[in-house]
Design a protein around this ligand. Structure first.
Ligand SMILES: *Cc1c(COP(=O)(O)O)cnc(C)c1O
Length: 359
């Protein structure tokens, strides 16, 4: 028998979550964000399941080429655009649109005669201060773009630093800045990531850019995807490969970090940080053993984790263990490991077999 660690990807849930995006922002177009291997869910199968989206957004040309080479001919947008002029012929040839966020990209465009056409989104730094043209530089950048033969403007984009803070001023200020900067400039608008789609209707513009919510995960701290009507797409699971009675005072795992508080049963699960389970998950992080919660104990190792089986006397070797998925939000595991769900999903490693299901 092979190792049981696997990620089960529910493509029906992905489609359900896309419908939730549309419900939250009726009439807007959707650029489904499937960068980073669709947040660890498998980019190609995610793209195919999300065929109702109006476009795909990825981080870079390599990701876009995987889609094109698989025969996907929907609009693709590179959220960070191109990194060198050498990419430009491929963008034009394969009809891949690029975000232009920096003067260096404008110069590359000006210095590289383009064969064919290129669609570009101009990115405005409305206050996140990471990528984009400063408000006072936007008009000049737009005028330079307009001069370039073969280049056409798809629209204007910006990104929010704190859209997950429902009450905060930051998003309101960014929205205001974006609208002010673009007043009088014709072109489509794209502002909203998942958090803004759900919390900032004024930011919906023409094109939505949902990422994390497509995968069934809440963009808000302290609120689960299920609470927002989303369905988790990934279930990470493995199985018990050993069960042992331990004596009070016995120490378990590397460093002997965990000491049994009493005589107790513990189990070993075939999954570890070599699979992407977070090494920093705290003792007490929940796992589902036969569908019921049991706490993680001891240090997470590369191939295994240990679980406290008190109250799980019926558990047997081979029984299924869910690390996250329906019934155990990845958000909760992330919080127990001092990180965010985005990171846990993205870092599931290639040795975890991915299995598609359609609910
Ligand atoms: C990744 C990304 C998104 C998606 O963000 P979520 O929080 O996952 O919805 C949207 N826009 C840009 C520019 C991004 O880089």
């Amino acid at each position: 028998m092979t190792r049981a660690a696997r990620a089960i990807i529910d493509l029906g849930a992905l489609q359900h979550n896309l419908r939730k995006v549309r419900d939250a922002a009726p009439g807007r177009r959707v650029m489904a964000v499937i960068k980073a291997n669709a947040y660890g869910h498998g980019m190609l199968s995610a793209a195919r399941a999300l065929s109702d989206a109006d476009a795909y957004a990825v981080a870079c040309l390599d990701e876009a080429m995987v889609l094109r080479e698989a025969g996907i001919n929907k609009t693709i947008v590179l959220l960070e655009g191109f990194f060198s002029a050498a990419e430009l012929p491929l963008l034009a040839q394969y009809g891949i649109a690029a975000v232009i966020h920096h003067d260096s990209q404008l110069r590359m465009l000006e210095q590289t005669p383009l064969e064919g056409a290129l669609r570009v989104w101009l990115k405005v730094d409305s206050g996140m201060h990471r990528l984009g043209f400063a408000p006072e530089a936007v008009k000049a950048a737009w005028q330079r773009l307009k001069q370039l033969p073969g280049v056409s403007l798809a629209g204007f984009m910006t990104h929010f630093a704190s859209a997950d803070e429902r009450g905060g001023d930051s998003t309101r200020l960014q929205l205001h800045c974006f609208n002010q900067t673009l007043s009088g400039l014709a072109g489509e608008r794209s502002l909203a990531n998942s958090a803004a789609i759900l919390a900032w209707p004024d930011s919906h513009g023409d094109w939505l850019r949902p990422g994390i919510m497509l995968y069934g995960v809440s963009p808000f701290a302290g609120q689960s995807g299920a609470g927002l009507g989303l369905k988790p797409v990934m279930r990470l699971q493995s199985q018990l490969i050993a069960i042992h009675p331990r004596r009070k005072g016995e120490r378990i795992g590397y460093g002997g970090d965990y000491t049994c508080p009493e005589d107790m049963s513990m189990g070993v699960v075939a999954i570890g940080y070599g699979d992407g389970y977070p090494r920093h998950a705290q003792a007490g992080t929940p796992l589902l053993v036969n569908g019921r919660r049991a706490p993680l104990i001891a240090r997470v190792s590369m191939d295994m984790v240990c679980v406290d089986l008190r109250g799980h006397e019926q558990a047997r070797c081979g029984d299924p263990v869910i690390l996250w998925g329906d019934g155990l939000p990845v958000e909760e595991v992330a919080a127990a490991a001092g990180t965010i769900a985005y990171e846990l999903l993205c870092r599931v490693t290639p040795r975890v077999r991915m299995q598609l299901s359609a609910s």
